[in-house]
Write a protein that binds this ligand. Structure first.
Ligand code: ACO
Length: 330
């Protein structure tokens, strides 16, 4: 069974409520109907009901819950709750009233208040616009200082990672994490690998140096992050600093880091910053013809996932299933 099929099966085991704020967007609408038919989640679409129904005349949305934020019975409650949550930032009642009319904020409040278990958006909104309400309202999970993201990569060569499956992080959120944040990204990604893929994590902290082969302040950050990550998760196999070939290739690992439990066997690659992470996953995806599933947002107290604006209907269905499984694992 393929990876996505097994994630979909997990999602079906205990159905969760997933809210889709971009309810009037055509791909999102189609994905909602498919996710509902496949039993992956109880989907809620946000938007004006007439507009939603006029968009897809050929698609039956009768089984899907549609909520118009401004007219919903929860609107006033969410406005008040948001003022309380953001009081320390000086949010006024008027500002809250306007924010909660925005489906991205309304949907995030649904998740915060327990009226939905997770949120998926980003088909027409930027990463920043999708994540900002989640960062402000849902916040990080206990013990996790930073929200980050990972990609599940399925490469053609089964000798790498776990039968050709690896997780790459952070490829989409934190431009330049410090060593403590990088450590948290490593530990969070290990947990995502266990929860979504059933991996036994072998986490490589990547650099242009392997175990002191180069000296530079950029390398120092990775060395320090490795130390912090080991402290945070003493039972997880984490090692660094490692070059990508030492992390992935057994014969290179034997030469460069023979005593490492991770080198040559890594299935989780932690990049030192967003430039390398984002470039790295796109190179593997395009030149290596790999499947890239994500970005999967991790480290939030409740799951919110961002789509690429170029996403297909199937991509949205897959992210709904992933979000539902993340909600199960809380
Ligand atoms: N983890 C936890 N909290 C965070 C994080 C984080 N990584 N980043 C910001 N926050 C919190 C802040 O503490 C702040 O909270 P507060 O208001 O309660 O004090 C709140 O979020 C807003 O903080 P800002 O610094 O104003 O964050 P901003 O909204 O500007 O940006 C964002 C956050 C969108 C994640 C930003 O870091 C970003 O743009 N990252 C890059 C995204 C990107 O362009 N990725 C590449 C494309 S994606 C792709 O190719 C797949």
């Amino acid at each position: 069974m393929g990876l996505i099929e097994s994630i979909k099966n997990k999602a079906r085991c205990s159905k969760k409520i997933i809210v889709l704020p971009e309810g009037t967007e055509e791909r999102t609408l189609k994905a909602a109907v498919i996710a509902d038919k496949e039993g992956l989640a109880d989907v809620v679409l946000l938007g004006n009901e007439d507009e939603i129904k006029s968009k897809v005349k050929d698609v039956d949305t009768s089984e899907i819950t549609i909520i118009n934020p401004e007219r919903s019975e929860k609107y006033d409650d969410y406005v008040e709750q948001l003022v309380t949550i953001r009081k320390h930032k000086g949010l006024t009642l008027e500002e809250s009233k306007n924010l909660v009319k925005d489906p991205l904020y309304y949907g995030t409040m649904m998740v915060k208040m327990g009226d939905a278990h997770g949120l998926v958006a980003g088909a027409i909104n930027t990463t920043g616009d999708v994540l900002r309400p989640a960062l402000q309202i849902i916040k990080t999970a206990p013990g996790i200082p930073v929200v980050s993201s990972c990609f599940i990569m399925e490469v053609l060569y089964k000798e790498y990672g776990h039968d050709g499956i690896l997780l790459f992080a952070d490829c989409a959120v934190n431009p330049n994490p410090d060593s403590k944040q990088l450590a948290a990204i490593a530990v969070t990604t290990a947990k995502t690998g266990e929860d979504l893929v059933g991996l036994d994590p072998k986490v490589a902290m990547l650099s242009f140096s392997t175990k002191g082969s180069a000296r530079h302040e950029l390398v120092d950050k990775v060395v320090e992050a490795t130390k912090y990550a080991k402290e945070m998760a003493p039972d997880t196999d984490i090692d660094g600093e490692l070059q990508a070939d030492a992390a992935l290739v057994e014969s290179v690992a034997k030469l460069k880091s023979p005593d490492s439990k991770v080198a040559g066997k890594a299935n989780i690659l932690i990049f030192p910053d967003l430039q390398s992470g984002n470039i790295g996953y796109k190179l593997v995806q395009r030149l290596g013809n790999a499947v890239a599933i994500g970005p999967i947002c991790q480290g939030l107290a409740k799951p919110v996932n961002d789509l690429s604006r170029g996403c297909s209907v199937d991509d949205i269905v897959n992210v709904i299933a992933i979000t539902a499984v993340q909600a199960q694992n809380l």
